[in-house]
Design a protein around this ligand. Structure first.
Ligand code: GYE
Length: 326
C-alpha cells in the first residue's frame, strides 16, 4: 500500500522529523509502505461476452503492471457496487476504479472516497454527477457515437427499401450510460429517413437470456418488424434464437445491427445472421493501469479518455475473425 499524504501534512512531518533530529524513514513516513499500488475494482457483473473480456483485460494488466487488484462482481446491482466501494475505502486502497452499472446515484459514495483522499477512476460507463471533482478521469467509449453509427448504417441500408422499415430495439440495462446513449445516438441518425420507425423498444438487460425472452414477445406483438437493433451482441444473439424459433431468417427477414463485436457476435456476422456490428472495445486494462499509476503519483490526467473503435460488415468480420482475441 502507498500512503497518499497531502503536501502540507508531508511538509509538517518532515519538519517534525527534522526537529526531533531523527533520520531513517523518508518519503511518506508510512511504516507499512511496501511501494505497491493497491486498486479496488468494482465490476458491473458478468452479463456479456464484452464484460468477460473486460474483466480479463483488467486482471491481466494489473498483474503485468505489478498492481495488487481487489476485484468484486456486483451482479448488475448498484447496491453491491456501493458496498464494494465502501469496503475498498475501509481497506484504504490507493485507487478505486469502477464501471457504474447505472448513471445516477453515485454522489454520496464518491464523496466518501474523496474525503478519504482515495482517487477514483471511472471506466467504461459514466456517472451523471454534476461535481466532476468526485473522480479523476473517465476512460471509455463514446456510446452516442456508437448508436449513431448503427443508425447511419441502417439509413444507408434502407435506401433501396420500398416499404416501411420497422425496427425492434433491445435496450441495455435501464439507466445504464450505454443504454441511454446508444438509444439517443441511433434515434438521431434515423431521423434522416422517415421510412424508418422504431415500433418497439424494451430493456433486455444486456444478456442473451433476456434478449431471447423479450424478442419472443416482441415478435408476436410486432409481426411487421423487419429490423432488430440490439444495444449489444449478446442480446442480439439471444434474439436470433427467438427469430429462428419463430420460423424467420435472421439477417434476411429481420436485419440485425448490434454493438460490441465480441467473437460470438462476429461469428454470427460472418455467417450472415447479423448484418452490421459497431465495435466497442473492452480492452481497457492497460490504459487503466497507466492512469492508476499517474493519479496515485498525484499527476493530473485528462478528464475524459476516449477509446478508438471501428465498425464491421459481414465481409470485414470474416477477415477479422481469425485474429479476434475475445
Ligand atoms: O456493450 C455490453 C456490456 O458497458 C460498454 O456493457 C459496456 C456494455 C457492453 O454488458 O455488452
Amino acid at each position: 500500500m502507498i500512503r497518499r499524504v497531502s503536501a502540507a501534512i508531508a511538509a509538517g512531518l518532515l519538519v517534525a522529523a527534522g526537529l526531533a533530529g531523527c533520520g531513517g524513514d523518508s518519503g511518506s513516513g508510512s511504516g507499512n509502505d511496501d511501494g505497491k499500488i493497491t486498486m479496488g475494482f468494482a465490476q458491473v457483473g458478468a452479463e456479456s461476452g464484452w464484460r468477460t473480456a473486460n474483466t480479463k483485460s483488467i486482471q491481466e494488466s494489473a498483474k503485468a503492471a505489478g498492481i495488487e487488484l481487489k476485484f468484486s462482481d456486483a451482479q448488475q446491482k448498484q447496491e453491491n457496487q456501493i458496498k464494494a466501494i465502501r469496503s475498498y475505502i475501509a481497506q484504504k486502497v490507493d485507487v478505486i476504479a469502477f464501471s457504474p452499472v447505472i448513471e445516477s446515484g453515485w454522489d454520496q459514495v464518491l464523496k466518501e472516497a474523496k474525503d478519504a483522499e482515495i482517487p477514483v477512476i471511472l471506466t467504461d460507463r459514466a456517472v451523471d454527477s454534476k461535481d466532476t471533482s468526485l473522480y479523476e478521469t473517465f476512460i471509455g467509449s463514446d456510446f452516442v457515437l456508437e448508436g449513431k453509427k448503427a443508425g447511419e448504417w441502417l439509413v444507408e441500408d434502407s435506401k433501396a427499401a420500398k416499404g416501411p422499415v420497422n425496427v425492434i430495439q433491445l435496450e441495455g440495462t435501464t439507466g445504464a450510460a450505454p443504454a441511454n446513449d446508444r438509444k439517443s445516438g441511433f434515434a438521431d441518425a434515423i431521423k434522416a429517413d422517415p421510412k424508418i420507425k422504431v415500433v418497439a423498444s424494451q430493456d433486455g438487460d444486456f444478456t442473451r437470456a433476456k434478449g431471447k425472452e423479450v424478442m419472443e414477445a416482441l415478435l408476436k406483438a410486432h409481426p411487421e418488424a423487419n429490423v432488430l437493433y440490439a444495444h449489444n451482441d449478446d442480446m442480439g444473439l439471444g434474439a436470433i434464437e427467438a427469430i429462428e424459433a419463430a420460423g424467420k431468417k435472421p439477417g434476411v427477414d429481420i436485419k440485425i445491427v448490434t454493438v460490441d463485436a465480441v467473437k460470438d457476435g462476429m461469428t454470427a456476422l460472418s455467417e450472415g445472421k447479423i448484418n452490421f456490428i459497431v465495435e466497442c472495445s473492452p480492452l481497457l486494462g492497460p490504459q487503466l493501469m497507466d492512469l492508476a499509476k499517474q493519479v496515485v503519483d498525484g499527476k493530473k490526467v485528462e478528464k475524459r479518455i476516449l477509446t478508438e473503435e471501428t465498425t464491421f460488415t459481414q465481409e470485414q468480420a470474416k477477415a477479422a475473425l481469425p485474429d479476434r482475441k475475445y
